[in-house]
Design a protein. Structure first.
Length: 523
């Protein structure tokens, strides 16, 4: 079994299984892998798997198929090769075969899923992408955008991330609000120019229609219209485009430039019977044409015998880049100031509950109050408040003479509760043992690191369930040292050949339970 992963393109991150036999890629529905892109042919290429041989064959696609950047008709592939299909780039890989995980592991709790997201790690098994538009939007945000933002949050200060997001909002607002207004304003100016050009053309037509009807072409005249501000040309022509007026252009033809292109299309329309004027914008030039029609006694209907043409330079009314820059700058300044204010308010409102929590924790530790308060409506932090309150209640308090009063230790259930509430962060492998050193809890990372499964180890000795025979003596040594009064024992070891830093803590004297956790060593 192989798989193709989209490493670049519209659906980056998507993965497709490639089983034995033939897998087709193409734009048309019915392919094994359907790629919605105009740059992908209906049936673009195939990937054939026979035993350990993987062969790519192009099916005569329009844009070709590439392997590691080279145009290819047919090529044997190896793991790691990159295949270019239109806008998509796939990477061929062969995933490691794993034993099926127990049902308890395959259906993680909502808390565990939440913890996976808060550590910036995407779950291996994701929900299938919805088909409805709202579902697709939320699915994309949750599975594509949020993991990226979580990664940034782990690498940067929270306030830096908020400032970056607000800056994105400011620029997005600028583009989505100011630019359409400028575009609409430009369009309104063009529409006004069309009206003016049409008005000029109608004036020429009304002034000369009687002369054309009487076939007195030498008396036609357009006056001084062609010298008006912004007017490129003003002509009176016959249907073939031969200029009748002004006199200095007589018998020339309008065949070039934007006016010539528009007139060529207009003649076709008027020969087909179009009776009204028309206006178009071509190459930043507004061209208006008004027909001059007379009654033909032979045909018994009105026919077009001349055209009044007027064109204006649309570039003369385009918004100057300097004006655009000033407009954008003003909007950017005011929006940035407002966005900065909102960012500051969000920062302060979010920080205040944590400041109160910090002050209350200090007061509880000093014995000034009995427990932390919980006045703010911050539902997402409720689990944190509950865990901290529970932990503070178990910390030795200072008596009136400065003597500590111990509560006799913590039970395994009291340790497991906060671990489950937190989801036992994906970074740590965690195990809890009772006073008799029997396993009472392991998390998913511990299962993966050691092979000890949660569904079969409750109440068991480590030695009876561990695959690695050295694990039991190692843990017993740590527990012995922790039981002898060492606050926290830290040692390095390997699980399945991977170095981990391990720590164990004993609760109570004698210990009521042991908390063991390990984290993958850096480097």
């Amino acid at each position: 079994m192989y798989k193709l992963t989209v490493v670049a393109g519209p659906t980056r991150g998507a993965t497709f299984a490639v089983a034995s036999g033939e897998t087709t890629l193409g734009r048309q529905t019915g392919n094994s892998i359907t790629l919605a892109s105009s740059k992908v042919s209906k049936r673009h290429c195939t990937v054939r798997v026979v035993d350990t041989d993987v062969t790519l064959t192009d099916l005569g696609s329009s844009n070709g198929t590439f392997v590691n950047g080279e145009l290819t008709k047919q090529k044997k592939l190896k793991v790691g090769d990159r295949i270019g299909v239109g806008e998509y780039i796939f990477e061929l890989s062969k995933p490691m075969v794993r034993a099926p995980a127990p049902m308890a592991v395959m259906r993680p709790s909502s808390v565990q899923q939440s913890a996976a997201f808060t550590t910036g790690v995407t779950s291996v098994t994701q929900h299938q992408e919805p088909t409805d538009l709202p579902g697709k939007i939320f699915w994309t945000i949750e599975n594509k955008l949020m993991p990226f933002l979580y990664g940034l949050a782990f690498k940067n200060e929270w306030r830096v991330l908020v400032i970056a997001l607000m800056s994105t909002l400011v620029l997005g607002n600028l583009v989505l609000s100011v630019y359409p207004v400028l575009e609409q304003n430009q369009q309104n100016l063009i529409n006004e120019m069309k009206k003016r050009a049409s008005f000029i053309a109608k004036q020429i037509a009304e002034k000369n229609s009687q002369f054309l009807a009487a076939r007195m072409e030498t008396k036609t005249d357009i006056g001084s219209i062609d010298s008006a501000e912004g007017v490129r040309i003003a002509y009176l022509t016959d249907v073939e485009g031969r200029i009748l007026a002004p006199a200095n252009k007589m018998n020339q033809y309008v065949s070039s430039g934007p006016e010539g292109a528009v007139m060529s299309r207009a003649r076709i329309q008027y020969r087909k019977g179009l009776e009204v004027g028309m206006s178009e914008v071509s190459d930043d030039v507004v061209v208006a044409i008004e027909p001059i029609r007379v009654l033909s006694t032979q045909l018994g209907r009105n026919v077009t015998i001349g055209l009044a043409v007027a064109s204006l330079d649309a570039g003369s009314v385009k918004i100057d880049l300097g004006e655009v820059g000033v407009t954008y700058s003003k909007s950017l300044i005011f929006t940035a100031l407002f966005g900065g204010l909102i960012s500051f308010l969000i920062y302060r409102v979010t920080l205040k509950p944590l400041e109160v929590l910090n002050d209350d924790m200090d007061k509880v530790l000093k014995g000034e109050i009995s427990q932390i308060t919980h006045e703010f409506k911050f539902e997402e932090l409720n689990p944190l408040w509950a865990i901290i309150r529970s932990a503070l209640q178990r910390i030795p308090k200072q008596g009136s003479e400065g003597e500590a009063h111990l509560d006799g230790g913590i039970s395994p259930e009291e340790v497991i509760g906060p671990l489950r509430a937190l989801g036992a962060s994906n970074r740590f492998a965690v195990m809890v043992l009772d006073a008799n050193r029997k396993i009472v809890f392991v998390n998913a990372n511990f299962e993966e690191a050691t092979g000890i499964r949660a569904d079969s180890v409750q109440g068991q000795d480590v030695a009876s369930v561990a695959r690695d025979q050295s694990l039991s003596p190692f843990l017993n040594d740590l527990m012995d040292r922790a039981a002898n009064g060492v606050d926290s024992v830290i040692e390095d070891t390997e699980f399945s050949g991977v170095a981990h830093q391990c720590s164990i803590t004993a609760f109570g004297s004698p210990p009521k339970c042991y908390l063991f956790y390990a984290v993958r060593a850096e480097g």
